[in-house]
Structure formats: structure tokens, C-alpha cells
Design a protein around this ligand. Structure first.
Ligand SMILES: *[C@@H]1O[C@H](CO)[C@@H](O)[C@H](O)[C@H]1NC(C)=O
Ligand SMILES: *[C@@H]1O[C@H](CO)[C@@H](O)[C@H](O)[C@H]1NC(C)=O
Length: 204
């Protein structure tokens, strides 16, 4: 019984050293990116309709070259603590492979130290919750190396409330489906009448 266990532990340790199970922790990352998110509508947005403008740049107070390994960035929509409460499926974990704070990827982009901006239309599948925006920087091996976010460390400042697509939208969808059935139906009826008229005039 003991031998296999020893081998298993040894094997796991080896595979960890081989970097595959080496997880980057959020607390080990430096916040070298300055991120802002804004909307002319304020801090309450509707999924599937409203837009959020996200800007990011390298914080120049870090020594030049700090960002020399940065290759790409990913913009993420992340749950604020208030919307994580009693929801283990949105839990914050320091090991980024297990972290569930930032489940929605907004976009990925090549890294640039400045002049970055992206206008995002809040996607239709975003649930109702409070969010902030985080930008992760990745190196050439796609390992996370830095981050920035539009909120403070305790994630209470500058949050966005998103309202999910509601019953109002659903009923519009249902109405438009009914309407297309109705149009197809009336088109069919129209052709039927025309053919009948045609036949009647032929008989005359
Ligand atoms: C840039 O980084 C410095 C050092 O970490 C920090 O004190 C400063 O607040 C940052 N600037 C912005 C705009 O976030
Ligand atoms: C950023 O954009 C401004 C205005 O478009 C331009 O003057 C400046 O050179 C750009 N900076 C970089 C680093 O590309």
C-alpha cells in the first residue's frame, strides 16, 4: 500500500517541477497596468445593449523594461465581492487556475504600453451582478505576469451594475417569432388566393 503512494507523491512533485501544475498566484502579481472603465450612461448598464469603454496603459512609475516580457493582454469582467457572496461558483482563489472572479473574457489584444482602448457592448449572456474590469498581461508562454484593474484593492470603488436581459426582451423575441410565422402564413394565403384567381380566370 505504501509504495504506490510514495511513487504517486514523487510523480506529482516531478510533474509540478515540470511547470504544468505550477499555478501563478494573484498575490504574486504586480499591478503595473492602469485601467479605467467608463460609460456615458454612468455605472448601471443593460446587457445586450449598453457599451463600456475600457482603457489601459503601463504605469510609467515602474522601471522601464518591467514590461519587456509582456506579449498579450486579456480584458476580463470580474465579479465584485457583493455578487460573490454565497456563490461558491464565483469565488476568489489566489491560485489563478482556480480563481472564479473573472469568468467573462471581454477581449484579448497584443500588448502595447499606451494608447489602448476598447469599446465593449455588454454581451447578452452577462448575468445581473456588480462587476469591475481587470486586465491581465501574459508573456510569450501565455503565463500571467501582471495585471491592472479599474477598482481598488478591496474592490469597492468604481463598480458597474449590469442588468441581465429581462422578460421584456424575451417577450419582444417571442413577438417577433410570432410575427414572422404570421408573415409566412399571410404570404402563403396570398399565393393561394392568387392561384385560385388564376384558375378561375382560366375557366372563364
Ligand atoms: C503607479 O504605480 C505606483 C507604484 O505602485 C502607484 O503608487 C501609483 O498609484 C500608480 N498609478 C496609478 C495611476 O495607478
Ligand atoms: C498615443 O496617441 C497620441 C494621439 O493619437 C499620439 O500623439 C502618441 O504619439 C501616441 N503614443 C504612442 C506611444 O503611440
Amino acid at each position: 500500500m505504501e509504495f504506490p503512494a510514495v511513487f504517486l507523491v514523487g510523480y506529482l512533485m516531478l510533474s509540478c517541477f515540470a511547470a504544468s501544475c505550477y499555478g501563478v498566484t494573484f498575490s504574486s502579481l504586480h499591478k503595473t497596468l492602469i485601467v479605467s472603465a467608463s460609460s456615458p450612461l454612468g455605472h448601471v448598464l443593460k446587457a445586450g445593449e449598453d457599451e463600456l469603454t475600457i482603457k489601459w496603459e503601463f504605469n510609467q512609475t515602474f522601471p522601464p523594461g518591467t514590461d519587456s516580457t509582456y506579449k498579450t493582454v486579456k480584458l476580463k469582467l470580474c465579479y465584485a465581492p457583493e455578487s460573490q457572496k454565497d456563490r461558491p461558483w464565483r469565488k476568489t482563489v489566489d491560485d489563478l487556475k482556480k480563481d472564479k472572479t473573472c469568468q467573462h473574457t471581454i477581449v484579448a489584444r497584443p500588448y502595447n504600453p499606451s494608447n489602448n482602448s476598447f469599446i465593449w457592448k455588454v454581451e447578452r449572456d452577462i448575468p445581473s451582478a456588480k462587476f469591475f474590469v481587470r486586465v491581465y498581461a501574459y508573456d510569450g508562454q501565455e503565463v500571467v505576469v501582471a495585471y491592472g484593474q479599474n477598482t481598488d484593492h478591496s474592490k469597492t470603488f468604481d463598480l458597474f451594475t449590469i442588468h441581465a436581459i429581462t422578460g421584456r426582451h424575451a417577450s419582444i423575441d417571442v413577438a417577433s417569432v410570432c410575427f414572422s410565422f404570421f408573415s409566412v402564413g399571410s404570404l402563403a394565403a396570398f399565393f393561394y388566393m392568387e392561384r385560385r384567381k388564376g384558375k378561375i380566370s382560366q375557366h372563364k
